[in-house]
Design a protein around this ligand. Structure first.
Ligand SMILES: C[S@@+](CC[C@H](N)C(=O)[O-])C[C@H]1O[C@@H](n2cnc3c(N)ncnc32)[C@H](O)[C@@H]1O
Length: 195
């Protein structure tokens, strides 16, 4: 996401989907089914805060980080009371921001992994591992082919699993959607790894 209007455009797209009756809270519902209310959740690549604001409404203790100032500007406008940080995930060190590195769950929704700068995926996954308590969960949903991505296909599932294994994660579950439909080898996957 780049450009001064990206945050505004992204938020407008989801607002239109919500108005048309589309379910826009699947990611938050999926995460809420994994950890109890009150758990600490890091929204990695939070964008406009779409997922995190919903999780906070449900009672989760959330922190959002993103690289893009225009996306964060929308998040801050929509929920000024929540903690938002402008950070590159490849250099994310919670302690340096005064954030405890004991999250129960990290969520990377909305193609964060394929949108990372090429070659930084392993570093980012290591940073996310460092933010989680032992036993904490990493949840990432992203497209794998042209029809599920706004950019050319990037990281593959085997490559992502290798990054996760190198960072000390074990694959717990994999689904085709945020509604937990079984993964059948299709072009979108939601993966749950445990540290
Ligand atoms: C498509 S948006 C998804 C936003 C949000 N997670 C959602 O589901 O609505 C992907 C986000 O990843 C962020 N992003 C990409 N690379 C990043 C990096 N290295 N560090 C932090 N955020 C990054 C982008 O700025 C963008 O806001």
């Amino acid at each position: 996401m780049t450009g001064e209007t990206s945050g505004h455009d992204y938020a407008a797209r989801f607002a239109a989907l919500a108005r048309s009756g589309k379910d826009v809270h699947g990611e938050a519902r999926f995460c809420a089914a994994l950890v109890p209310v009150g758990a600490r959740v890091l929204d990695a690549g939070c964008g406009t805060g779409r997922v995190m604001i919903r999780l906070a409404e449900l009672g989760y203790d959330c922190v959002g980080v993103d690289l893009d100032a225009s996306m964060l500007a929308v998040a801050r406008r929509q929920a000024p009371e929540l903690p938002w940080f402008q950070v590159d995930l490849a250099g994310f060190e919670p302690d340096r921001l005064g954030i405890a590195a004991d999250f129960d769950l990290v969520v990377a929704a909305g193609n964060v992994l394929p949108l990372l700068a090429a070659g930084t995926e392993t570093t980012v996954v290591e940073r996310l591992a460092g933010a989680l308590r032992p036993g904490g969960l990493l949840v990432a949903g992203f497209g794998l082919d042209e029809s599920h991505l706004p950019v050319p296909p990037g990281i593959t599932l085997p490559e992502y699993d290798d990054c996760c294994a190198a960072a000390g994660f074990t694959l717990v579950d994999r689904f085709a959607t945020w509604d937990a439909d079984p993964y059948d080898g299709g072009g979108y996957a939601v993966s749950v790894h445990r540290r």
